[in-house]
Design a protein around this ligand. Structure first.
Ligand SMILES: [Zn+2]
Ligand SMILES: [Zn+2]
Length: 331
């Protein structure tokens, strides 16, 4: 089968992903093979390919927003059948025994494995997945619509939970990429008053169309103090900007696996029980809750499709900010 694999991280303009023909995957006990239909492109893929996120294995096939159909079922798999539609997200497996796994925090499992980082992902014709980590997908969203939900959507949803925003609360979204586009739809559904801060005029208009109460740039003063904020940009200065916009007791949830740094700042903006919390991965429960909501709201996504052999091009366009909506690779 054909895959797009990373042999060595390098700047995306050097086309670090290479097409390769590799052996067909064979499911072990408890595993499935999916025929990939679509795979969303995530900023984490770009960080991995360019070396901002340290590689864990080489070569590696990136891609952790996979939608496909089950084409082979390993031994001891009971709840999946050939032909069923399934998804794969970032969390590829956990130990199931540690204190985190046993307390509903499998996203923090020290032995967690990740799709497209530890295990080959969906920039491929077929992919292996642990059956107990494959996601059941809502029928009424098509492959291209559901793929971008599987990382950006689920983790954006977890970030909203980590931010502790209450229904009707004042929420700030700092940065307005693919994940924020989905999170705002959940927040508006919860009747939050949403304030969006982004450099891009186009994104500010898009935010207002999606129901934001206010949209401005980093130089603007927010019209009200926030109960909660989520930062999406991988930049520490943005975290501090969000913190300064919080009301007493507010939380900034940092939705980034990689951040350049946290700059030094005075204690005063953190005082009065304000908090900064990172958002790490997500649990299967987050995925199930979010996919239910996605169907109920319903969440709208705009996919920008590329053939999967054009993964380098899709990643380059993502870095340049040229992607309209969410880049999705198709087979
Ligand atoms: Zn991702
Ligand atoms: Zn564990």
């Amino acid at each position: 089968m054909r895959v797009e694999q990373l042999l060595e991280p390098a700047p995306i303009e050097t086309r670090p992903l290479r097409s390769a023909e590799v052996a067909e995957p064979v499911p072990g006990a408890g595993e499935l093979v999916l025929d990939v239909a679509a795979c969303g492109v995530c900023r984490t893929d770009l960080q991995l390919v360019e070396g901002d996120l340290a590689v864990r294995r080489l070569p590696i096939v990136p891609g952790h927003q996979v939608v496909g159909r089950v084409s082979a079922v390993g031994a001891q798999v009971e709840d999946w059948e050939i032909g069923a539609r399934a998804g794969i997200g970032w969390l590829a497996g956990t130990c199931g025994r540690c204190v985190f796994c046993r307390s509903g925090r499998e996203n923090l499992c020290p032995d967690a494995r990740f799709t497209g980082w530890d295990r080959d992902g969906g920039y491929a014709e077929r992919v292996l997945v642990r059956a107990d980590f494959a996601l059941a997908l809502p029928d009424d969203l098509d492959d291209l619509e559901v793929a971008p939900l599987l990382c950006g959507g689920i983790i954006g949803y977890r970030a909203l939970k980590v931010s502790d925003v209450a229904p009707g609360g004042r929420l700030g979204l700092f940065g307005f990429g693919a994940s924020a586009l989905l999170a705002i739809q959940v927040a508006v559904h919860w009747e939050c008053e949403v304030f969006v801060v982004t450099r891009s005029e186009t994104d500010r208009r898009r935010a207002l169309r999606l129901g934001a109460a206010w949209a401005g740039s980093y130089d603007d003063h927010l019209p009200a103090a926030l109960d909660a904020a989520v930062t999406f940009a991988p930049v520490g200065d943005v975290v501090v900007a969000a913190l300064r916009a919080l009301d007493r007791g507010g939380v900034v949830a940092v939705n980034a696996i990689h951040l350049d740094r946290i700059p030094e700042f005075p204690y005063e903006p953190l005082w009065l029980e304000r908090q900064i919390r990172s958002v790490a991965n997500s649990t299967r429960e987050d995925a199930a809750e979010f996919l239910r909501l996605a169907r109920e709201i319903p969440i709208r996504t705009v996919a920008d499709p590329y053939p999967f052999t054009q993964a380098n091009v899709a990643l380059l366009r993502l870095r340049e900010g040229d992607v309209d909506g969410a880049a999705v690779l198709t087979t």
